[in-house]
Write a new protein. Sequence first.
Lengths: 78, 46, 699
Amino acid sequence: MQDTLAHLKRGEKGIITDVSSIHIPLKLLEMGCLPGNAVQLVQLAPFQDPMYLNINGTHLAIRKETASHILIEKTTHE
Amino acid sequence: MNTIIQNILVFTALILAVMFIVKTYIWSPKKKKTKACGGDDNCGCH
Amino acid sequence: MSKQINVALIGNPNTGKTSVFNALTGLNQKVGNYPGITVEKKEGICKLPRGVKAHIIDLPGTYSLNASSLDENVVIELLLNKNDKDFPDIAVVVSDVENLKRNLLLFTQIKDLEIPTLLVINMADRMSYKGISLDIDYLEEHLQTKIALISTRKNEGINNLKNLIANLKDLPIKPCLNASEIDQDYFDNLRKAFPNQLLYKLWLVITQDVNFGKTDRNEIGAVANFKTKSKADLKRLQQKETIKRYQFINNVLKKGQTIDISQAKDLRTKLDRILTHKVWGYTIFFVILLTIFQAIYDWSSIPMDFIDTVFASLSEWTKNMLPSGAFTNLLAEGIIPGLGGIVIFIPQIAFLFLFIAVLEESGYMSRVVFLMDRVMRRFGLSGKSVVPLISGTACAIPAIMATRNIESWKERLITILVTPFTTCSARLPVYLIIISLVIPEGRFLGLSYQALTLMLLYLIGFGTAVISAYILNKILKIKSKTFFVIEMPNYKLPMFKNVALTVIEKTKSFVFGAGKIILAISIVLWFLASYGPGEQFNNAETIVKAEYAPQNLNEEDLKQKIASHKLEHSFIGITGRAIEPAIRPLGYDWKIGIAIVSSFAAREVFVGTLATIYSVGSDDEATIKNRMAAEVNPILGGPLFTFASGISLLLFYAFAMQCMSTLAIVKRETNSWKWPVLQLVIMTAFAYIVALIAFQFLK
């Protein structure tokens, strides 16, 4: 099974491989959430949701539910 | 004379005030029809 | 000859666009609304070199030209409508040096509209701090533009920016990439069908829901019907377009921008770790709220007492100096106390707006949204509902407009419905005066009882909002996608100029907006209280003299008796006593009743109304507060404002829906009368019941 953004742990990084466009609004894509871009989980809010991400240099927060529609490939820690 | 002027001023002020209140709350000028947001109309709620 | 050019400032949120606007226009700005809609329109004038005058519009912040809210629509509508009187001669795209990549997306879209476009890269002072360096010449060449590297914080580069705007003829208007490559056939067909129109403009018309001016609609109306693709296909194309644009941007930035990460110092991570911590995060948030309320209460009491005294002596002075007569009375008893009732709250309102502006400017507000989302969701709200709920403490109207960025319609509707429960600044005057009358002085843990009561009222407001949200969430059967995106901007030290301008602007609109209504109402009230029908009013002097003849009252007391007899039989007294049976169970007399009724125009009218009613016929130099404290309960005897009636009144104001302007906004934002009417009926009925219980229980 492939990892999604929702599987990232704090501080972990990955590369976005695919976004299922039906579930993801255009606005999120415009903020840089596109295949090929690097992503890092900066912080989790209390109760593990929402997720504070750094996507391609943009810092934003999305809910876990949305994050689970974004497929990623984990990269090792730097 | 003085009383008359004072009374005129009071009624002018009163009429102005009433007109202002009526204009603000009861008779609002017809606004240009614009698409308002509401329901699932894709305004900010995708 | 001086000519004027139209300049549109466009940019992502959080890029310091407003700082650029403030730097260019200074105090030469005004805030209004776009016709027919409640989107804020900021415009100003800036003098450019060589006698050129620029008319600058600060457009709402947007991430792209694909609009997803009313505010963003304004941007597209202006850019597509060549006939608009504000149509820009030059578009100035403001970007932030740390988020250049994302900011450039909007830039490439605007370039496609073939309007002369200038790129402003703001926050240049942070470059060395973040290890960023830019090859401006390379970027200018590949982005087909001129670049102004500025720092509004250090006030650097502003003159250069003005120069570049003045020389707008030097700006290339070619697009910087060819986006139609994403589906060549489709775009070729489109071009053939409408050869005279700009391709990207056509594309926007097809994909967006744009309102055009009359002239444009005829030529472009047909385009909207050019639907050879399904909605899903169009969305896929938009996605491809976005990817295409990012590819181009990435390529340009690969050479034009270098980031040396080892140079970057990261304050953000450290601050975030504390401010969004599961314990410290909430603690800090609570402490901040507590500080705000203590400040509003304690710090502003000095200027408020001063203003109160000044207006009282001004009334007295007017009465003594001007020839006596009806108009002098109107001035001294109607207009001056009425004005005093509004001016006195300037210090508090300014403080409140100051805190909200600082929280927004610093980037802290986004952290609160992040921190609260999970909690708020349990109540059917979004983390973004926190912003309306907090700015609702200033005024429900902008707060309800601030719900526009909540993505889910259900969450947004619930937020709109419960926001009026939060304690807006219009309730503050009422709370303050009643608290100071019925809550004893004294301190608990360093906080005064009075401040604590105020804090409690704010908490009751929030609490009721949240609980009603929970109930609404269970009742309302609305299916809508829940979705949530928020940018987490960098922490910034708030800029003094921005904060100061916001505070001035908001306070001004509060004073002049509400002030006009309050003034008008106090004139009408004074009239109604000073004139009356029939024997009882017109012959008050004879009647009272006859009644009290055996008691041999002195001059002063007799005058007082006549005045109160007159007031009781004036127009307002008659009306007031007619509604008295309905409000007596709550512990109010007819004077408070009149004040409550007039509060439906605006809550803060309450104090002004009481001030007017109480000052009619009295000629001592008492302040509003002293007059209220001296009122006697007509039935029970003793002071009218007791602990019980005071608490009852506080609770009534906490829950009742008494603001016509809010109802109007709710109608506009929900596009239906159903919701505002429900709000009015349910909230006011609830307020009545709670106030009733409170008074009967406490008396």
